[in-house]
Design a protein around this ligand. Structure first.
Ligand code: GDP
Ligand code: MG
Length: 382
């Protein structure tokens, strides 16, 4: 090889030169030759090793992941401090069952409101009497009332206007707190959702038992109100639909129509079962009444298990479900929360509950508050 050099061509073959170093001209000619595109055959791309299909490790689908896909993107994000405060409140807030009623009229504050209404109606009537007939009628009538019913009515001597009445109802029941309502068909998972909301997050697999739950249809028969930390009230309702009594439906309707304290309705739908006819009737009614409501899709664990943890199948089922009810055309666009209160081999933790907690605080106007723990220490055994 001495005195010769080999210049590689693109083709992979070599041109042999007779000098130790190739002269400039020969190099430039060769370079031109090498760089001539027509001359140089097109290098064939090296056949790639057949691509072995990369199967991504199957990530478990969670309620949080579905929230990312389906939740209303316009909802403002919650800061970590707010989330921490909210979680502390839901994990530790005292929980007291305040009332269980079969009619909205039996709610303590509604009893008082009705008494007030009756009282003002009577006063109005008396005023009319004064104006139209006898100027002394009102005093005579009030005197007679006062004597007959001293316990109910206290009349000031000067103004002759009733200022207070005794109701026998504890004052703590009369405090005006924001209320939220858990609504849904029988067995949708309302009571379980309540327990999920107020079970500490450390309990990843089991729930505390505040509201009674059962796989038996129509287990919750009354409107049950829980005072939480003396900041909010959460009302669990009997379901509508299969096996629900008419009186229960009336109670819920009455609540929706009359209860001013209700800040937000959470309509609980079982995600694997989808919307039922009765759900759609209720949604139409909520829209007609202009009541703000959100959707909570529960039993996400079941939905994921039924679709073998396949995200395409899960989203296809959910998309179909929303399309069937023409969700995008609804007058009021509710936010959508996904939750699983129970777990299985695909879904190992209760999920979606933090987002719902933050949504509730926001609905009650408490999201900006620094919620101090001493206000709501949960009692032992509750
Ligand atoms: N797998 C699963 N089951 C649930 C979930 N939530 C509720 N359930 C079950 O559904 C049934 C009815 O629940 P319940 O809360 O009593 O329904 P309600 O009638 O709407 O109050 C019970 O057997 C619950 O264990 C959930 O997130 N996942
Ligand atoms: Mg129930």
């Amino acid at each position: 090889m001495l005195g010769k050099c080999a210049i590689p061509l693109r083709t992979g073959c070599f041109i042999r030169c007779n000098s130790a170093s190739p002269s400039r001209t020969s190099v430039s000619v060769l370079a031109a030759l090498i760089n001539t595109p027509e001359e140089a055959p097109i290098a064939k791309p090296k056949p790639k090793a057949s691509p072995t299909p990369k199967i991504p490790p199957k990530k478990p689908i969670t309620a949080e992941f579905l929230n990312q896909i389906y939740r209303n993107k316009l909802v403002p994000r919650v800061s970590s401090v707010q989330r921490g405060n909210t979680n502390a409140f839901f994990n530790q807030g005292s929980i007291d069952l305040e009332w269980s009623v079969t009619s909205v009229r039996d709610i303590p504050s509604e009893v008082v409101k009705n008494m007030e209404r009756e009282m003002y109606a009577k006063q109005e009537k008396q005023r009319e009497l004064v104006e139209v007939k006898d100027p002394n009628a009102i005093e005579r009538e009030l005197d007679a009332k006062y004597n007959a019913n001293k316990h109910d009515l206290t009349v000031t001597a000067t103004s002759a206007i009733p200022t207070k009445f005794k109701t026998g109802i504890e004052l703590r029941f009369l405090s005006k707190l924001p209320e939220i309502l858990l609504l849904g068909s029988t067995n949708a998972g309302k009571s379980t959702l309540f327990n999920n909301l107020f079970s500490p997050l450390e309990r990843t697999r089991s729930l505390a038992e505040f509201a009674y739950t059962s796989s038996r249809l129509n287990y919750t028969k009354t409107l049950n109100c829980f005072n939480v930390g003396n900041l909010i009230r959460v009302v669990d309702t009997p379901g509508y639909g299969v096996k629900a009594a008419l009186s229960q439906g009336r109670a819920v309707m009455g609540y929706l129509q009359e209860r001013e304290e209700c800040k937000r309705v959470y309509l609980v739908i079982s995600a694997p079962d989808g919307f039922k006819k009765t759900d759609m009737m209720v949604i139409n009614m909520l829209q007609d009444l202009c009541l703000p409501f959100e959707l909570v899709l529960t039993k996400v664990d079941k939905l994921i298990a039924a679709n073998h943890n396949n995200i395409e199948k899960v989203t296809a089922q959910l998309d179909r479900m929303f399309e069937e009810v023409e969700f995008s055309t609804w007058g009021i666009q509710p936010d959508v929360f996904f939750v699983n209160s129970l777990v299985n081999k695909h879904v190992e933790k209760r999920g979606g509950v933090q987002a719902l907690r933050c949504g509730i605080m926001s609905a009650c106007g408490l999201d900006g508050m620094a919620l101090k723990p001493f206000k709501y220490k949960r009692r032992e055994g509750v």
